[in-house]
Design a binder for this molecule. Structure first.
Ligand SMILES: Cc1ncc(C[n+]2csc(CCOP(=O)(O)OP(=O)(O)O)c2C)c(N)n1
Ligand SMILES: [Mg+2]
Length: 572
């Protein structure tokens, strides 16, 4: 059966079970867009800027575990995708981007809207293609989905010249893929697993550091079994947040630059670190030479390139986290570490980390806690990048798997709203709270229109501190309070919401917080709350740049403290 290239693309997407594609049209994509109405099973969501399409596809992929699709036209459309592709790539999110390219005879001529997008995205994709014949399309799509969704998940870009969309070819969707040189290892080596089990069975002060790999692999049960069987406290990386229930006895919360003091102290004093599906990012480790100085390290990861990249590892195990943990759990014996756990509990008492000041001041931490309380943790939190992101990680008690979605590797301001759109599309029944920076929201604010057009009932909490807060914090602490280019003159977010037809409220006092959140939750549709938070509130604890995790600053002396109720606090 002969089909046009555009039809082959659509048929391939249908064969792969794609239901939604986030995109923005243009000349080179017109043949593709013209074909879309023939495929009603493919929902196209029109964003307002291509960066939003890539972030939405990324949010969708993180929320569903299925590939997220986005498309953009050649030239500026394609380059607008770049930040979103990089963001997905660095956090191992399976995004597949389709870009239009100028017609084949024009390639290399600096034609109108011609850009070498495969060249540009080479370092930020797991793989990319330019397809020069319609006959190759089906094979390329089969491969692209396979590459994006196997081994370490990743982004793939497929660049298609306009005339390839129009060209006709026979359509046969391949049944399987054979790629020489690409055979991801999914089962851990038995000898390595045996060595790891021996170390675990002998350890006296062990900790687990759980990363996003646990979420991607869906290894929640296996992680819990290991932790409970061998009584090992679980610390998470930023992106590992929600890989382990934070109301669990063994949960110690997040480590790293803004990790909890007692989590960082635990790592600094452990005799064994079991690092699972994490990559020792510098924000997680502090200065690597001082990372876990007393510990042997077991590192379980699907990507062999991560082993030994940043820290020395005693027992590397390459494989899918879930498979490896299943095997490991068979060989781990029941343990108790009462002395170690008592020590951790003492540090938790001495360094509470998540207590906040009392009074009427509108503290951002209180806002996050209140969202946690009102939703009873039954929500997915999507954040931007900055202070509000760290407060969201620290002060919400994540009980549900994969309920925290945030930009880790690239740290992309502006990701919050479009990513929340992707999450809500992927989880229509879920309560989705977009915790937005007042700076970050303004980077992608145009996607409010996408949200409204698609009737997505996202609840937006603007953490309005009038600053590029995280940068201001660094200026306060390390540049003698010289606030260069960080104060923001914000628009009236209520008027902005109104212009888009979104209901909204402004909150200035602590006592108004919970009623406003309740109102947002009861409202049938999107809702925005403009929280006028303390402008110069800082994120603590903080491991200053260039310090080790043991050198954590816990923050200024506090007045009367309100004890933490829930967030990331264990009661070991
Ligand atoms: C695209 C982009 N530009 C610049 C930065 C550097 N940066 C990190 S956090 C931050 C401030 C974020 O401000 P806001 O969104 O208001 O969040 P807040 O820290 O105030 O909570 C900046 C400028 C970044 N991470 N991403
Ligand atoms: Mg801000």
């Amino acid at each position: 059966m002969k089909l046009t290239g555009a039809q082959i693309v659509c048929e391939s997407l249908v064969k792969e079970g794609v239901e939604v594609i986030f995109g923005f049209p243009g000349g080179t994509l017109l043949p593709f867009y013209d074909t879309l109405p023939g495929y009603p099973q493919l929902r196209h969501i029109l964003v307002r800027h291509e960066q939003g399409a890539a972030h939405a596809a990324d949010g969708y992929a993180r929320a569903t575990g299925r590939p997220g699709l986005c498309c953009a036209t050649s030239g500026p459309g394609a380059t607008n995708l770049v930040t979103g592709i990089a963001n997905a790539y660095l956090d191992s999110s399976p995004v597949i981007a389709i870009t239009g390219q100028v017609a084949r005879p024009f390639i290399g001529k600096d034609a109108f809207q011609e850009i070498d997008i495969t060249g540009i995205t080479l370092p930020i994709t797991k793989h990319n293609y330019i397809v020069l014949s319609a006959a190759d399309l089906a094979g390329v799509f089969k491969e692209a989905f396979y590459i994006a969704t196997t081994g370490r998940l990743g982004t793939v870009l497929i660049d298609i010249p306009r005339d390839v969309f129009i060209e006709e070819a026979e359509f046969h969707y391949p049944a399987k893929v054979e790629l020489s040189g690409y055979k991801p290892t999914v089962r851990g080596h038995p000898a390595q697993i045996r060595k790891a089990a021996q170390l675990i069975n002998r350890a006296e002060c062990p900790v687990i550091i759980s990363g996003r790999g646990v979420i991607i692999s869906g290894a929640y049960q296996e992680l819990k079994e290991l932790a409970e069987k061998a009584q090992i406290p679980v610390i998470t990386t930023l992106l590992g947040t929600s890989s382990f229930p934070e109301n669990h006895m063994l949960s110690l919360g997040m480590l790293g630059m803004h990790g909890l003091a007692y989590a960082n102290m635990a790592v600094s004093n452990a005799d064994l670190v079991i690092a699972i599906g994490m990559r020792f990012d510098d924000r997680a480790t502090g200065v690597v030479s001082g990372f876990a100085p007393k510990a042997s390290i077991i590192h379980i990861d699907i990507d062999p390139a991560e082993i030994g990249k940043n820290v020395r590892v005693d027992v590397p195990i390459v494989g899918d986290v879930k498979n490896v943990l299943r095997e490991l759990n068979k060989q781990v014996t029941n343990q108790t570490h009462v002395g170690w756990i008592q020590q951790l509990e003492q540090w938790r008492q001495e360094h509470p980390s998540t207590d906040i000041r009392g009074g009427e001041e509108l503290l951002p931490q209180y806002v996050i806690r209140s969202i946690c309380e009102v939703t009873n943790s039954d929500a997915t939190i999507v954040t931007g990048v900055g202070q509000h992101q760290m407060w969201s990680a620290q002060h919400f008690c994540y009980k549900k798997p994969n309920s925290f979605i945030s930009s880790g590797g690239l740290g992309t301001m502006g990701v919050e709203l479009p990513a929340a759109i992707g999450v809500k599309v992927g989880r229509p029944e879920e309560t989705v709270w977009c915790i937005a920076g007042d700076g970050g929201l303004q980077m992608t604010i145009q996607e409010l229109a996408t949200m409204v057009q698609e009737r997505l009932a996202i609840k937006i909490a603007v953490m309005n501190n009038g600053y590029l807060g995280m940068v201001r914090q660094w200026q306060e602490l390390f540049y003698e309070r010289r606030y260069v280019a960080t104060p923001l003159m914000n628009p009236d977010f209520l008027k902005v919401a109104d212009a888009y037809g979104i209901s909204a409220l402004r909150v200035k006092k602590r006592s108004e917080v919970i009623p406003a959140i309740q109102r947002a939750m009861e409202h049938d549709g999107p809702f925005l709350i403009d929280f006028m938070i303390e402008p110069e509130e800082n994120v603590y604890p903080m491991v200053p740049p260039g310090a080790t995790l043991a050198q954590v600053i816990e923050g200024p002396k506090k007045k009367a403290a309100v004890p933490s109720t829930s967030a990331t606090v264990s009661n070991i």
